[in-house]
Design a protein around this ligand. Structure first.
Ligand code: PMP
Length: 337
């Protein structure tokens, strides 16, 4: 008998079923490797500890269900959060409250049972960081469903918190962006404001297409052809000293996007939210992506159009520096340009 991650006793005394074991056991594979040559991030090793429904346990020894509704149908919700070593040396999860509140709203939007308070989740995340001796880290909570091949609602769900070190998601060089042939999901087809696992098939397809054509990242439009967002980040563009960003409604309303709007207010940078076309972008001075994983990263070009304003002279660069200061709780004066 073994105790599974879901606290169920399973009889393992007989021979394993044809075609493999009952559970995907990450410990048996090369632990924690991403199959992406560019960024061979190690997500976990034999010492890594995760939090699963109130218990701290070894990631390599944790099993999950191959009959799970989340694996089969992409029916799960998650968050992407970063922690930083602050200027004073402590560990701080940036916008922890906002992220775990969004996780709750995402679970509710998908009718998933979710039983933790935001306070509990923040506490558990800090403990995951501490147990893994992490300060600058990426934190990934996931709420997922049990074995269920039907489309009926579940009465239970599982919640895991994982953490690992992760470099800026889109690198640190200016990006060559391609307008994707994929559009963002229609909000009438999905709860677009929720961070649902299944939405990311769209993101992965768009990113594959862009990279396959030699670009760094994709820009997706919404179902009406207006600029929407990247596969995993929101975007802003700059024209004549003013910033523009797609309005909410057809995008994931990013927490970093909200932070950028906050910085614009603090720094007196004029900014507008609205509906913009790819043509608007082709007459812009500069542009950038922003997201928790990507942070703030400038664009070199979109399709064949190269942005004329040097990145160092853009509002985006100012915001990038202000964002860096904010996440490490550094006094703004030190890096003001
Ligand atoms: N849009 C999409 C599609 C994303 O996946 C993300 C990353 N969560 C963002 C925008 C940025 O959101 P946030 O700033 O909250 O990380």
């Amino acid at each position: 008998m073994v105790l599974t991650a879901h606290n169920k006793l399973i009889d393992t005394s007989g021979p394993p079923p044809k075609g493999g074991s009952l559970f995907f056991d990450p410990g048996r594979r090369r632990p924690g490797r991403q199959n992406n040559i560019e960024s061979m991030a190690t997500y976990y090793n034999e010492h890594t500890v995760l939090w699963l429904d109130g218990r701290f346990q070894k990631a390599a020894e944790t099993k999950t269900d191959l009959y799970g509704q989340s694996l089969h149908y992409g029916y799960a919700v998650f968050e992407g959060i970063r922690s930083y070593r602050t200027a004073a040396g402590s560990t701080r999860i940036f916008k922890a409250w906002e992220h775990f509140e969004r996780l709750r709203r995402s679970a509710e939007a998908l009718n998933m049972p979710y039983r933790y308070s935001t306070k509990e989740m923040i506490g558990a995340s800090y403990e995951v960081l501490e147990r893994n001796k992490l300060q600058d880290a990426y934190i990934r909570p996931v709420v997922y469903g049990p074995a269920n091949m039907s489309f009926n609602p579940n009465t239970e769900s599982f919640t895991v918190i994982e953490a690992w070190e992760m470099a800026p998601f889109l690198g640190e060089k200016l990006l060559r962006v391609m307008t994707s042939s994929f559009q963002r999901p229609n909000p009438k087809a999905f709860r677009i404001e929720a961070k649902a696992a299944g939405h990311y098939v769209n993101s992965i397809m768009a990113s594959h297409e862009a990279k396959g054509k030699g670009f760094d990242e994709a820009l997706l439009t919404d179902m009406n052809g207006y600029i929407a967002e990247g596969p995993g980040a929101n975007m802003f563009f700059e024209k004549d000293g003013r910033l523009y960003t797609p309005a909410t409604g057809n995008i994931l309303p990013g927490i970093t996007r909200a932070t950028v709007l906050e910085i614009c207010k603090e720094e007196g940078i004029p900014v507008e939210e609205g509906r913009y076309t790819p043509e608007d972008l082709r007459t812009a001075d500069a542009a950038f992506f922003c997201g928790t994983a990507a942070e703030v990263i400038g664009w070199k070009s979109v399709d064949a159009y190269e942005f004329p304003l040097p990145w160092q002279e853009t509002r985006g660069r100012r915001i990038q520096l202000a964002y860096k200061d904010k996440v490490i709780e550094q006094q703004r004066t030190l890096s003001t340009i």
